[in-house]
Design a protein around this ligand. Structure first.
Ligand code: SF4
Length: 349
């Protein structure tokens, strides 16, 4: 397993460096111009139905394509004080879904507290799970906890064969993922009538776009059932974002301009109209607010300087966030290519 950009002192650990690479892209029109050409500027929110909390960058894996640069060495994590602020703001709203991500969000000591509080408020909770975390000795009761609170699990599984998954996520991760999926199935996840939703996420292993969702979902369903007896509800496809460790891969392999050209050529106005930032509010581990988890990882906060942190949020401010202008850049081509990313993105990959 590799190390994070940060611990390797890679220049791309700096978001300024990433933003400079993206801004200098030659293979495509600036994203804002492309949006203007289809009448979508300024891109604005259409409400907030997802309150996405990123509790930090700590993870037990160091996947090659991770857009968070997460890993075991990362120390950024949400404190109880900020978690309490999340719940206080959430309680002032009727936002129906709380989407918890990381890193491996389960490793944050406040993860279970957040779930208990959000479900007590009647909100639907999603856990963006890397699967292998369920097998850690410290997490032996995690699956049962998630089932008890009827938490929806969105789990990364790049492919239904070991070699492609391990190439992206580390040696032995496929086997652990299968074991974790079997454990979740035993708890009722993915089983008809259980009310426990288990969705998988496929992302390409290289510098290309994901295939059509329906076809790959059917393949995953057939292969996982035949070889491992695994059932799941839906398979989502996501496009790898040209940021962080995937950006490193693109630059090192000489694929960067070609990949950006591929994304731009596949620009789909319908996908652009439906991007997740239009209905999501993204909260960082320190309480800073963003339009999405990708902007969060590029240190691009909300456009409105008056509301940059959870502590700035007032009832009037909350109303204003519902139709705020969204901060975009060339990385956004990753959300608008082909059918777009179908799971609200932001699973650590
Ligand atoms: S990267 Fe974020 S801001 Fe850009 S289109 Fe995607 S969701 Fe929206």
């Amino acid at each position: 397993m590799g190390l994070t950009l940060l611990s390797r002192h890679n220049p791309l650990a700096s978001t300024e460096r990433q933003l400079a690479v993206l801004a200098e892209t030659k293979a495509c029109l600036p994203f804002e111009e492309r949006l203007t050409s289809v009448g979508l500027t300024p891109l604005d929110a259409t409400g907030i139905t997802v309150f996405q909390i990123n509790v930090g960058k700590l993870c037990n894996q160091t996947c090659r394509h991770c857009h968070v640069d997460a890993g075991p060495d990362r120390e950024e994590r949400m404190t109880r004080e900020t978690a309490e602020l999340c719940i206080r703001v959430l309680a002032q709203t009727d936002i129906p879904t709380v989407d918890i991500t990381g890193g491996a969000p389960e490793l944050n000591p406040n993860f279970r507290w957040l779930i208990e509080q959000a479900t007590a408020l009647g909100r639907h909770v999603i856990d963006r799970c890397n699967l292998s975390v369920l097998l850690l000795p410290s997490q032996s009761d995690l699956g049962a906890f998630l089932a008890r609170h009827k938490v929806e699990i969105i789990a990364s599984l790049p492919y239904f064969r070991p070699s492609q998954t391990d190439a992206q996520r580390g040696d032995g991760v496929y086997e652990k993922s299968i074991e974790a999926l079997q454990l979740l199935n035993r708890l009722g996840y993915g089983q008809e009538g259980s009310g426990l939703t288990l969705n998988l996420v496929h992302n390409p292993v290289g510098a290309f776009l994901p295939p059509k969702q329906e076809a790959i979902e059917a393949q995953f369903r057939r292969e996982l059932l035949r070889h491992h007896g695994i059932r799941f509800n839906h398979l989502y496809t996501i496009t790898n974002m040209p940021i962080s460790r995937f950006l490193e891969f693109l630059l090192e392999s000489g694929n960067y301009e070609g990949y950006m050209e591929r994304l731009a050529n596949a620009f789909n106005p319908a996908a652009a109209a439906g991007v997740m930032c239009r209905y999501t509010l993204s909260i960082g581990w320190d309480g800073t607010l963003y339009d999405c988890d990708f902007n969060q990882m590029l240190d691009l906060p909300l456009a409105d300087k008056a509301i940059r942190h959870l502590r700035d949020v007032t009832p009037a401010g909350l109303a204003g966030l519902q139709n705020r202008n969204i901060v975009t850049g060339n990385h956004c081509y990753g959300c608008t290519a082909g059918s777009g990313s179908s799971c609200g993105g932001a699973v650590t990959t």
